[in-house]
Design a protein around this ligand. Structure first.
Ligand SMILES: Nc1nc2c(ncn2[C@@H]2O[C@H](COP(=O)(O)OP(=O)(O)OP(=O)(O)O)[C@@H](O)[C@H]2O)c(=O)[nH]1
Ligand SMILES: [Mg+2]
Length: 447
């Protein structure tokens, strides 16, 4: 374990009104600070209800203190955690005392950086800590947690082990070159290389970056005037962002409303009803609707089930041929003889935006088209991991070609050397300081 000279401390909870605030301290002075601040003897993993007292014997607050004896702690060092009331004044005063007692303010991500440098976690896991904190969807949080617990690292280590094993086979061929009359058996090495190429393919197919997982898709609700678009956005959002009225042409501006659909974030956009109009303001609204169509990830094309909708669906399809579109017939409550379930086809749904009939099916359809259903085994990765895996795969393909073309085992061995270097960079064994700086500086303070 690396010996860090300085003890670090930071407020780990965000600024703002909160019931509880937390301060974390890590380093060899943690024990001394604990005793001075609480008057109690720290015990490993034992929470104590204490008074946090200043050097001038004033009680700063009463709360809970915790101590972790290194190396059984997050950072691998002695760690103290203080939980007080959430007031910024209390937290600032306590942090100030801690600094006077022998700590310095921590930089962003410095606790996690120490955990990494002390071998508690590898670099992929450290990155996953930040990704988990930043996750804003259920899938993102779940897959970042998996990566933090080492699921992605395990797969990387399994690949690395196979490449090491294969390099040994290749080196054996170097040590005992093709003697006259004997054929070197390259089949085991070739099989291993093919295994690696396939495994990387499978891994890349499941791997998604935070940008992909945290992105809230945009769903545009379009239709003719009075189809019920604003009623639908109000129903789906559970709020009332849009004015509803039986005057055609009520909505003109685009109305964006963030929502959670099956716990996944999305942005709904209500638009102006599409019609021919002489009114320049309404026309501007229609133009904006068509622009929105080009940017949306999914279109809900809403029509009044009782209206003449001839050619309308085709018009929308022509305007946004590359984007998935769900056709929805609205106002089923006005037609007692039709039931939402009877009329549902693959590409067309029947609903009532007013009563909510058929809406659950609509949400299911939206989630399945946008892939918001939450596949179980998505791997949360950074772009640098994906790039490194792609390069390793390219080296393996190169090795295969060179074996096939009998280019010489030294050349094949070089592909393995480069691959192993890529692995070491990904897991943090030989990662350059600027990459580390880039990773940890993006963390929040106190983690
Ligand atoms: N019965 C019934 N009425 C509905 C339904 N959905 C909307 N309406 C009514 O239809 C009228 C128009 O609704 P809006 O939601 O304003 O329609 P819109 O598509 O936003 O209209 P514009 O903004 O003008 O393009 C209002 O009187 C709504 O109450 C529905 O499912 N059933
Ligand atoms: Mg409207």
């Amino acid at each position: 374990m690396l010996e860090h000279k300085e003890t670090i401390a930071a407020i780990s909870t965000p600024t703002g009104r909160a019931g509880i605030g937390a301060i974390r301290v890590s380093g060899k002075n943690s024990k001394k600070i604990y005793q001075a601040l609480t008057g109690s003897k720290p015990e490993h993993k034992r929470a104590q209800y204490v008074s946090f007292v200043s050097s001038s014997s004033e009680i700063i607050d009463k709360g809970v203190s915790l101590f972790f004896k290194g190396p059984s702690s997050y950072t691998g060092e002695d760690v103290m955690e203080c939980f007080t009331h959430g007031s910024r004044f209390i937290l600032d005063a306590l942090l100030q005392e801690i600094i006077v007692l022998g700590a310095r303010p921590a930089s962003p991500g410095e606790f996690t950086q120490r955990a990494f440098l002390n071998g508690k976690i590898d670099l992929i896991q450290a990155e996953a800590v930040a990704d988990l904190i930043d996750s804003n969807s259920k899938i993102a949080a779940r897959s970042a947690l998996q990566s933090m617990q080492g699921v992605f690292s395990d797969k990387i280590f399994a690949l690395k082990a196979k490449i090491i094993e294969t390099r040994a086979l290749i080196e054996a061929m170097l040590d005992f070159p093709d003697e006259e009359g004997t054929e070197i058996d390259a089949v085991p090495a070739i099989n291993n290389i093919k295994w690696c190429i396939n495994s990387i393919n499978q891994l890349l197919a499941k791997t998604k970056t935070g940008r992909m997982l945290n992105k809230a898709p945009t769903i545009a609700i379009v239709g003719k005037p009075n189809a019920g678009k604003s009623t639908l956005i109000n129903f789906l959002s559970g709020a009332n962002p849009a004015i509803v009225s039986n005057t055609p042409g009520t909505t003109r501006d685009l109305i964006r409303e963030p929502v959670l659909l099956r716990e996944q974030p999305a942005v709904l956009v209500d638009t102006a009803g599409i019609q021919n109009t002489d009114n320049p303001i309404e026309q501007e609204g229609v133009d904006r609707t068509f622009k929105m169509l080009e940017q949306a990830d999914l279109i809900l094309c809403l029509v009044d089930i009782g209206a003449d909708n001839q050619g309308f669906q085709e018009q929308i399809k022509d305007a946004a041929s590359d984007i998935d579109c769900i056709f929805v017939k609205n106002k089923i409550d006005l037609y007692k003889n039709i039931e939402a379930d009877d009329t549902t086809t693959n590409s067309e749904l029947v609903i009532s935006a007013k009563t909510g009939e058929g809406i659950e099916r609509l949400i299911d359809k939206i989630c399945s088209l946008l892939n918001l259903t939450g596949e179980e085994d998505i791997i949360f990765a950074r772009q640098r991991h994906i790039d490194a895996l792609s390069r390793i795969q390219a080296h393996m393909k190169e090795a295969l070609t060179n074996i096939d073309e009998k280019a010489g085992m030294e050349i094949v061995a070089e592909s393995f050397r480069r691959s192993l270097h890529e692995f070491d960079t990904v897991i943090g064994k030989t990662t350059t300081d600027d990459i580390l700086e880039n990773i940890f500086s993006r963390f929040c303070i106190g983690k």
